[in-house]
Design a protein around this ligand. Structure first.
Ligand code: NAD
Length: 415
């Protein structure tokens, strides 16, 4: 486990942006802490007949722009400070994407790998029952995150509907399509990543059909980014990796063969369509686009100087440390910061909520078109702000988001 307290990091990032913005002290103070924090303990019958008490969290960081929104993690190491940090970051993510939501996050301390499907269902229902008075389609809308999935969202929606006495699909997003999920949610995060890369390439004068790409992480965000960057932008993916290492081929990799290899062997590192490389070597490749799509803190002060890519598109949350950020900026590497780059997932979650409320469902094409508009607008807002203020894109993204939240707080008479 990383011993850096994530909530302190989130507060430090806010402090830095507040200083650049010359934010009023009253607004800054209000944004440094979550508005509401719930800790619940609830009982669940286990398969062996025993009863166990589980601890759950839900943090509603700020709801000036609308109901709070954010995922639920089922993780043995879940802590209140992690949830508070993630809820803060959701506040900035929804604001930068211009979605009428605040930021929230939740979690249950448990290890899903040691639980049966029946136990997971009872924990999902128990947790939602315990927080049912605090959530709702106009209050706080959860979604899947680490170790939670669409099936669990379906159980939670069902439990909430029972408690509320009314069918309530809009209380939670990331549901299976059959019970109110949106088409296009599966690859939405990666699709958003690709749209921002397309816009950045226009600004940087990169010819996409000649561009090379390296991707760290070959899960949901990484694999779909690899597929879509070839399909939609005609780029060549030359390297991919996972936790066991990666593979490189200057002539381009066969994305689907690499995926099939990973499915069969548990890793992409031993795929024979290229040469083996380490994750650190992948991050240093001389490519046009580098997409970190795995875990946090992979570009650090130790290796930031080796990054040779023209552009880093942060599909992952928090892949770059603050010290590395400075080095990348000094070296002229163009960074699309995480909460802008990976906002496609929450944007399609918002579309799901809109469709649920209207009981009218869109085609996949309609979802993609609207996602493209939102991501393109968000990208331009951040890029233009960075140019105007002569700051890095991450600082510009914070400035755009904090201003929107602060303005709503002022107009509502809170500060
Ligand atoms: P995932 O579990 O599907 O995939 C993660 C991938 O990273 C796997 O291939 C894994 O092998 C690899 N990995 C793990 N540790 C690694 C290491 N040390 N070095 C290299 N590779 C490593 O997860 P995901 O949903 O694709 O999420 C990846 C990142 O994207 C996370 O930071 C997540 O927060 C972020 N993200 C995902 C979504 C989404 O909708 N899936 C939305 C927003 C942000």
């Amino acid at each position: 486990m990383n011993d850096v307290n994530p909530f302190e990091t989130a507060q430090r990032q806010l402090d830095k942006a507040a200083e650049v913005l010359d934010l009023e002290e009253s607004v800054h103070e209000a944004l440094r802490e979550p508005m509401r924090t719930f800790v619940v303990n609830f009982q669940v019958k286990m398969d062996d007949g025993s009863t166990k008490t589980f601890k759950g969290f839900r943090v509603q960081y700020n709801d000036a722009l609308g109901p709070t929104k954010g995922g639920l993690r089922f993780h043995p190491d879940e802590t209140l400070d992690t949830v508070k940090a993630l809820a803060a970051w959701m506040t900035w993510k929804t604001a930068v994407a211009d979605i009428p939501y605040g930021g929230g996050k939740g979690g249950v301390v448990c290890n899903p790998k040691e639980l049966s499907q029946d136990e997971l269902e009872r924990i999902s229902r128990g947790y939602i029952c315990a927080i049912s008075n605090f959530i709702g389609e106009d209050r706080d809308i959860p979604a899947p995150d680490v170790y939670t999935n669409p099936q669990m969202m379906a159980w939670m929606m069902d439990e909430y509907s029972k408690v509320a006495g009314a069918y309530s699909p809009a209380v939670i997003t990331g549901k299976p399509v059959e019970v109110g999920g949106s088409l296009g949610r599966g690859d939405a995060t990666a699709r958003g990543v690709i749209y921002t890369i397309r816009e950045a390439a226009k600004e940087l004068g990169i010819k996409l059909d000649e561009a090379t790409v390296a991707i760290q992480g070959y899960g949901n965000a990484g694999y779909y980014s690899a597929t879509l960057i070839q399909q939609l932008l005609d780029c060549t993916v030359v390297a991919v990796s996972d936790s066991q290492g990666g593979v490189v081929n200057e002539d381009g990799l066969d994305i689907d063969a690499a995926k099939a290899h990973k499915n069969e062997n548990g890793t992409v590192a031993t795929y024979e369509g290229g040469d083996r490389i380490t994750n650190n070597e992948l991050l240093a490749l001389d490519v046009d686009v580098l997409i970190p799509a795995a875990i946090e803190n992979v570009i650090t002060e130790d290796n930031a100087g080796d990054v040779s890519a023209t552009m880093v598109a942060e599909a992952a949350n928090g892949p770059t440390t603050p010290e590395a950020d400075d080095t990348l900026y000094e070296n002229g590497v163009y960074v699309i910061p995480d909460f802008l780059c990976n906002a496609g997932g929450v944007t399609v979650s918002y579309f799901e909520w809109v469709q649920n409320r209207n009981r009218y469902y869109w085609t996949e094409e309609e979802v993609y078109e609207r996602l493209d508009k939102k991501m393109t607008k968000a990208f331009k807002d951040v890029h233009n702000r960075a140019q105007q203020e002569d700051v890095d894109n991450r600082t510009a993204a914070y400035m755009v988001s904090i201003e929107k939240v602060a303005q709503a707080m002022k107009l509502r008479g809170w500060v």
